[in-house]
Write a protein that binds this ligand. Structure first.
Ligand code: BT5
Length: 328
C-alpha cells in the first residue's frame, strides 16, 4: 500500500475524528511534511479533509469515485477481486480486462471504470456509460471447464446482478434471455461475456457487467431500442456504488466457487426462478425465422428450450423473445 492509500484507510477507520499529523507520521513512519503532501494529493482527488491547528486532520467527505484500494478493503473474497484495477475513464473495461488477461493477469482480477468512452454491447452495439453514476466492471476468470460450457457464466452473472439489486436496493428485477436484466420491462443492466479459447481449452473468460445505478432520465440517449431505467429512477434513492460493487463481487465469488464445485445446476435453477417467461407463450424472432412456443427452461449450454405447438422442443441459440400472452 502507498502512503496515500494508508492515510486514506486510516481516515476511514476513524470516521469524523481528528487525527494528529504527529500520529499519522508515527503510524506510517513518514515525515510530517510527507503527511501534508499526501493530504494535498487526496484533496486534489476530491477528498474533503479539514486541517485544524491543534487537532490535526479530519475526513469530511470522500469523492464519489471507485478506487481500487477502497474496493479491495474488506472485500474478503476467496478469488474475485484478488486484484482490482480502477480507471477514472477508459475505453471499455472489457477491452482493458482482455489486455490484462493476455498479459497473464490472475484469475479474479476486477477492472472498473467511472466512465467508459467506448462502452460495448453485443454485436458492435454501444453501451452508454456516463461518468460517476453507474457500474462498469469486468471480471477475469480462467475456469477449467469445457469450452461449450462457458456461456453458463453469463447466467451466473445475471443471477448475481438480480440478487444484488434485491439485497442492496430492495429492487425486484427479472432476467431476460440471454443477457439482459429488466425492471418493469425496462433494461437496467446488460452483460457482455467474452472468451479466448482453443478447441479444447479456455484461456480466459471476461464477464462484463454494466448496471445503471444513479443514471438520470436525461443521461439516456434518444433512440434506444428498448426502454431503459436505473435504480435511482425506479426507487427514487441513489445507491452507494462502492457498497453495491462490494456486495456484487462477494456474491459472485460465492456463486463462482459453487459453480466450479457443483456445476451449472444450482445457477440454472436460480435463473429459471428469476425468469418470468418460463411456462409462458412467446414468439422468438430470428430475423429470417420466427418460432412460436412455450419457454420450458435453459439447456446446459445456455440455449433456451422452447416447446413448439407441435410438442417438439427446439433449442434457441439466438433471437429476440417477446411474450404473446399476459404474464401472471
Ligand atoms: C448489452 O449489450 O446489454 C451488454 C452491455 C455490457 C456493458 C458492460 S459495461 C462493462 C463492460 N465493458 C464494456 O465495454 N461492456 C461491458 P446489448 O444486448 O447489445 O445491448 C446494447 C443495447 O442496449 C444498445 O444498442 C442500446 O439500445 C441499449 N443501451 C445502451 N446503453 C444502455 C444503458 N446504459 N442502459 C440500458 N440500455 C442501454
Amino acid at each position: 500500500m502507498t502512503s496515500r492509500d494508508r492515510i486514506q484507510s486510516l481516515f476511514r477507520s476513524q470516521p469524523g475524528e481528528y487525527i494528529s499529523g504527529e500520529k499519522i507520521s508515527d503510524l506510517l513512519q513518514i515525515s510530517r511534511a510527507a503527511v501534508w503532501k499526501q493530504v494535498k494529493v487526496l484533496r486534489e482527488e476530491g477528498f474533503k479533509i479539514e486541517a485544524k491547528h491543534s487537532l490535526g486532520y479530519r475526513l469530511l467527505a470522500t469523492p464519489d469515485r471507485l478506487v481500487a484500494s477502497d474496493i479491495e478493503t474488506e472485500l474478503n473474497c476467496r478469488l474475485i477481486g484478488q486484484k482490482v484495477i480502477s480507471f477514472t475513464e477508459t475505453d471499455s473495461t472489457n477491452v482493458q480486462a482482455r489486455r490484462i488477461a493476455e498479459e497473464g493477469g490472475i484469475e479474479g482480477t476486477v477492472v472498473v471504470a467511472d466512465q467508459q468512452i467506448a462502452g460495448r454491447g453485443r454485436l458492435g452495439r454501444r453501451w452508454e456509460s456516463p461518468a460517476g453514476v453507474n457500474l462498469y466492471c469486468s471480471i477475469l476468470l480462467r475456469p477449467q471447464i469445457p469450452v461449450q460450457q462457458a456461456p453458463q457464466l453469463t447466467f451466473l452473472s445475471a443471477v448475481t446482478v438480480v440478487e444484488t439489486l434485491k439485497d442492496v436496493c430492495q429492487l425486484s428485477a427479472e432476467v431476460k434471455w440471454p443477457n439482459d436484466i429488466l425492471v418493469n420491462g425496462a433494461k437496467i443492466s446488460g452483460l457482455l461475456n467474452e472468451m479466448s479459447a482453443e478447441t479444447e481449452q479456455i484461456h480466459f473468460v471476461i464477464l462484463g457487467v454494466g448496471i445503471n445505478l444513479n443514471m438520470t432520465a436525461n443521461q439516456f440517449p434518444d433512440g434506444l431500442n428498448y426502454p431503459a431505467t436505473s435504480v435511482l429512477l425506479e426507487t427514487g434513492k441513489s445507491v452507494d456504488r462502492l457498497v453495491f460493487l462490494r456486495a456484487f463481487l462477494q456474491r459472485l465469488d460465492l456463486y463462482y466457487a459453487e459453480f466450479l464445485q457443483e456445476g451449472f445446476a444450482p445457477i440454472r435453477g436460480r435463473w429459471e426462478n428469476l425468469c418470468k417467461l418460463i411456462n409462458v407463450q412467446v414468439e422468438v424472432d430470428q430475423g429470417s425465422h420466427r418460432y412460436c412456443g412455450t419457454v420450458v427452461g435453459l439447456d446446459v449450454d445456455g440455449a433456451l428450450r422452447l416447446q413448439l405447438n407441435n410438442g417438439k422442443v427446439e433449442r434457441i441459440l439466438a433471437g429476440d423473445i417477446r411474450p404473446t400472452e399476459e404474464i401472471k
